[in-house]
Design a binder for this molecule. Sequence first.
Ligand code: PMP
Length: 419
Amino acid sequence: IDKIDTDIFAKRESEVRSYSRGWPTVFDTAKGSWMRGEDGREYLDFFAGAGTLNYGHNNPVFKQALLDYIERDGVTHALDMGTVAKRAFLESIDRNLLEPRGLDYKVMFPGPTGTNAVEAALKLARKVTGRESVVSFTNAFHGMTLGSLSVTGNSMKRNGAGIPLVHATPMPFDNYFGGVAEDFQWFSRVLDDSGSGLNKPAAVIVETVQGEGGINVARPEWLRALSELCAERDILLIVDDVQMGCGRTGQFFSFEAAGITPDIVTLSKSIGGYGLPLALTMFKSELDVWTPGEHNGTFRGNNPAFVTATAALDNYWADDAFEKETLRKGTLVREGLDTIADSYPGVSTRGRGLVQALAFEQAENASQVCAAAFESGLLLETSGPESEVVKLLPPLTTTDDEFRQGLSIIAESVAKVMA
Ligand code: PMP
């Protein structure tokens, strides 16, 4: 902290209060699952750019694709014009993602980041249904612009922003009351009761695993009940896969394991592959009610990101090998964390695939563990409403040896904090 506080970051960069405070060093280069500080120290990265680097830092295949594209003076920016890079990406989505899964989605590029994908999803749902309000869940995180913030369930992030732009109703996320039946009995009663004060919503927006909200995993049966409830009542179901998509939970889309097909899906973070900004809003073809120019934005067509995104889909998603590896590694990490948690009261584990977490009854222990891990060369972030959860979001390409190395640093860090 001292180092950061005394230099140009502290003087000019307001962001110094967040990540650079937790990780007080200046990073220079990065490769695979490692980041290197300008002082030469190496850090094992179990944060992966908040989930933007599922395929690792400077993935050599993507890097070569990008270098080739730059070498031949490929178009770098073209708004939403047709380009060779965009066509290749759309073909790759079709071939690798949609056709094998029998999904009939249209794709729009709503702007550069996750929140742009969410805004477009909310706007589309409201336009299609002619209804205004949206249901979202306790502890949800959907972004920091005023529409996506309205459906975010974190009062610290919302409070300074005044009146929400979208009328949003919070509902309890899975396990809030316990059983699936209890949750949905209550939910459908509120929806159907003309005395409840709830207008029929345009959509329900949900993360299958809440990333920022504390790695809260929705059970498949809860997601299926939610999907059925929406279908029965003609409410659109939006799955926000900005953080949990692109293979984080095993399958490319996080909702696949539950066997549901959302009406609208948002993707960003790792879709660009190389850490380049790219966002997608996908929706069932019959929902394509946009008129030309109705939803635009200058940075909708990030061509270098199309190039690396295509390389990612073609290299990792042409078959199910990567999915199987992710699930196998997820089990390895979970077993390691379970062993750690079993040794201490008030520590528990949760997660799916390669998003795993250690939750602490004493919230401050989580940031203490992250600080101790940083000292030992491991980057870990907290999440949850009280920052009570240590979240593991490693590149999916992390090797077994690197996972063992990271787990042993976590074990040592937890031992130090709980001593
Ligand atoms: N949705 C989810 C589920 C997210 O985790 C995030 C970012 N953490 C967003 C939306 C917003 O994405 P961005 O920060 O790129 O706007």
